[in-house]
Ligand binder design. Structure first.
Ligand SMILES: Cc1cc2nc3c(=O)[nH]c(=O)nc-3n(C[C@H](O)[C@H](O)[C@H](O)COP(=O)(O)OP(=O)(O)OC[C@H]3O[C@@H](n4cnc5c(N)ncnc54)[C@H](O)[C@@H]3O)c2cc1C
Length: 381
């Protein structure tokens, strides 16, 4: 399908761009601790948290596409801010908004929108990453509670989060249909959060441990036969991540265009060399293509009849373009690009994760090939 930005979407894009330019400090790192929560408060005051959530919970009821545009703009300046917009809107908070009970929505969503409460996602396990349907964490009924056993890994911002959307097996058939999700709050008996491990881009991730963890039944989001619904919501996380990646890549490109006009070698600006111009042109082409595919996927997400392979197409293309573009941006900064004085090396490290998080590009390509060839590939063969 084609898309055209509506007046409202253009308005939100412009609001976010203006806000980022005026209020956000260009970041060379992910915000942590007090800085993180102060930023969350400021974003909340501007109405930027929970933008896609219903107004009754403090959100703005915007469409996913508007949120994608905002995330991209904010990430051009401060990736933590853009990320908060997607986590609290079309990302993790949407598990509660889309699948939760009215009571769960009343309990959690207003706190999330206020920037006082953060929810992270516990899906991956030490032995189940790409093979998400192989997760082994179990949720067994016990009176008014569920008892959880198992562990999670790679949980982004687990060290900050107050609660976690945890994928677990509620059924006992061994099939993907056993998998559901439950909200586990920090401090619940038998539940612990591992130490914060710094990853390649300087973000923190944690493991989660469930040792006969007692979680009230009231915290169940979905039990069996919900894997498709869970992964449908997860597509919002994927698109948010792609918008974050695109915003960071655009920031690297903007700086590079400026730099090549300032840096002189052999007595002239390096942008006057054709070899440099072709690199700039190639980067621009890839950025435009990445943006077009991401916007198409965002438009398709709003259309229930649209083919949802556009999420995988956007995810793969944005991730691969971002790696190439940030690499070339670093290259065009020469030794300064490699130094920590400039943010180029950070941009380069940041976008690397997009090829892994939210499903690796290999797995998305397998899904795309299945769709193109009309075959269901058995990944176990
Ligand atoms: C920055 C970052 C943030 C993350 N945040 C979270 C989070 O908040 N919550 C969470 O639950 N998880 C999170 N993850 C985990 C992420 O979802 C997994 O890393 C991802 O699904 C891949 O799983 P794995 O790491 O176990 O790799 P594996 O599945 O072990 O894959 C290893 C390699 O084998 C390849 N491979 C595997 N299966 C196939 C196949 N069928 N065909 C072809 N190639 C294949 C993969 O492409 C990859 O190259 C995050 C990861 C990163 C990097």
């Amino acid at each position: 399908m084609s898309y055209e930005l509506t007046a409202q979407q253009l308005e939100w894009q412009s609001v976010a761009r203006d806000f980022a330019g005026r209020k956000l400090t260009p970041a060379k790192h992910w915000l942590e601790g007090e800085e993180f929560w102060n930023n969350a408060k400021m974003l909340s005051e501007q109405g930027f948290l929970g933008v896609t959530l219903p107004e009754e919970y403090g959100g703005m009821n915007l469409d996913l596409f508007s949120a994608i545009l905002m995330i991209e703009e904010l990430c051009r300046v401060c990736p933590t801010s853009g990320r908060m917009v997607y986590h609290t809107g079309p990302g993790i908070a949407n598990f509660i908004n889309h699948l939760g009970t009215p009571e769960q929505k009343r309990q959690y969503l207003p706190k999330i929108v206020a920037g006082q409460y953060y929810v992270a996602l516990g899906m991956s396990e030490p032995d189940a990453g790409s093979a998400a349907t192989d997760i082994q964490t179990t949720a067994v009924e016990d009176g008014d509670n569920y008892r959880l056993n198992g562990s999670k890994i790679f949980v982004s911002e687990g060290h900050i989060a107050d609660a976690f959307v945890v994928y677990a097996r509620f059924g006992h058939t061994g099939k993907p249909s056993d998998i559901g999700a439950i909200l586990v709050e920090r401090g619940m008996p038998g539940f612990s959060v591992g130490v914060a491990e710094e990853n390649m881009s300087g973000e923190f991730q944690t493991a989660l441990y469930f040792d006969d963890a007692i979680v009230p039944k009231a915290n169940v989001l979905v039990k069996e036969h919900a894997f498709k619904a869970l992964m449908g919501v997860y597509n919002g996380v994927r698109l948010g991540y792609a918008a974050q990646t695109l915003g960071i890549t655009q920031a690297a490109f903007d700086r590079t265009c400026q730099y090549v006009k300032e840096r002189k070698q052999f007595g002239k600006e390096i942008c006057d060399f054709q070899g440099v111009q072709w690199m700039i042109a190639d980067m621009y082409l890839q950025l435009e293509a990445a943006r077009t595919l991401l916007y198409k996927a965002a438009a398709d997400a709003l259309d229930s009849k649209a083919d949802k392979t556009s999420v995988s197409i956007a995810k793969v293309y944005v991730a691969e373009a971002a790696k190439k573009i940030t690499d070339d941006c670093l290259q065009l900064h020469g030794g300064y690009g490699f130094s920590k004085e400039y943010p180029l090396e950070w941009y380069y490290r940041c976008v690397r994760a997009a090829s892994i998080a939210g499903g690796t590009i290999q797995v998305h390509k397998t899904m795309l090939a299945s769709s193109v060839l009309g075959k269901k590939f058995d990944q176990r063969k």
